[in-house]
Design a protein around this ligand. Structure first.
Ligand SMILES: [Zn+2]
Length: 250
């Protein structure tokens, strides 16, 4: 089993690679690139939220309690609530994640249970897609993929470990086969994880279709600025000129 530091090192390396990809290949601005890199780094630590309480796990819950309300802020602003109402809901969400959810996790989850699995990776990606609000659907997909890559890196590392980062020795240990899995040994955690996976995927798909259709139908910008394609993210959604048009330019 890789250590917290091992996961942090590995996911940080992937995060840097993702940030460079976002900046230099997809031509995203530095803020968005940092966001993608940050999502990869944090997702690489997420599966160990199911481990017994320790400082890293507590820190992760603190971080999640701050990041999730921040990601939801833009979406909440479109709901027509007052500033105070929005703030109250975000504060309640913070308290729920920070204290409620962390306690639920401590009591219900088993380390290396279904939180270390492929459906859990899909849930993480789906939640990032739903929480991250942006006018570009492709950018939201990119953020979800960033989360899933980070999450998968954790599962693969757990599967391969022990990894000695100083001596570069990789060998299988007794935990092999418990991280990159579709099903666990117990029925209830399997049902719960797969139900959640299907539900999150369904809502993400509905949202994806709705958003993509709205962009396709060329909606004019509305009051909250939805469905506008800002020039900065266009390289991700670049359209290819029709062949006839390209030939006519020759
Ligand atoms: Zn783990």
């Amino acid at each position: 089993m890789a250590s917290y530091r091992g996961h942090l090192k590995f996911s940080s390396m992937l995060a840097v690679a993702n940030g460079l990809l976002a900046t230099f290949y997809f031509d995203l601005d530095w803020g968005t690139s940092l966001m993608a890199a940050g999502i990869t780094a944090v997702s690489g630590l997420l599966p160990d939220l199911d481990s017994s309480s320790g400082v890293p796990v507590r820190e992760m819950f603190n971080l999640t309690a701050v990041v999730v309300p921040l990601m939801l802020l833009k979406r909440m602003l479109g709901f027509g609530l007052t500033e105070d109402q929005t703030f109250a809901i975000l504060a309640i969400l913070y308290v729920f994640i920070r204290f409620g959810l962390s306690n639920i996790f401590r009591h219900l989850s088993v380390h290396r249970g279904m939180f270390h699995s492929i459906p859990a990776m899909v849930i993480a990606g789906g939640l990032v897609f739903l929480c991250y609000t942006h006018d570009s659907t492709m950018l939201r997909v990119y953020m979800a993929a960033s989360a899933m890559v980070g999450f998968l890196s954790h599962l693969v590392l757990d599967e391969l470990c022990s990894v000695d980062f100083n001596g570069v020795s990789i060998e299988l240990n007794q935990f092999a086969g418990t991280a990159v899995k579709f099903f666990g040994p117990s029925l209830f955690p399997n049902l719960f994880a797969w139900s959640l996976c299907i539900a999150v995927s369904y809502f993400a798909w509905i949202d994806f279709e709705h958003h993509a259709l709205a962009v396709k139908s060329d909606k004019k910008p509305n009051s909250d600025g939805l469905h506008v394609m800002p020039p900065k993210v266009q390289p991700l959604t670049k359209t290819v000129k029709p062949v006839a048009q390209r030939f006519s330019q020759l």
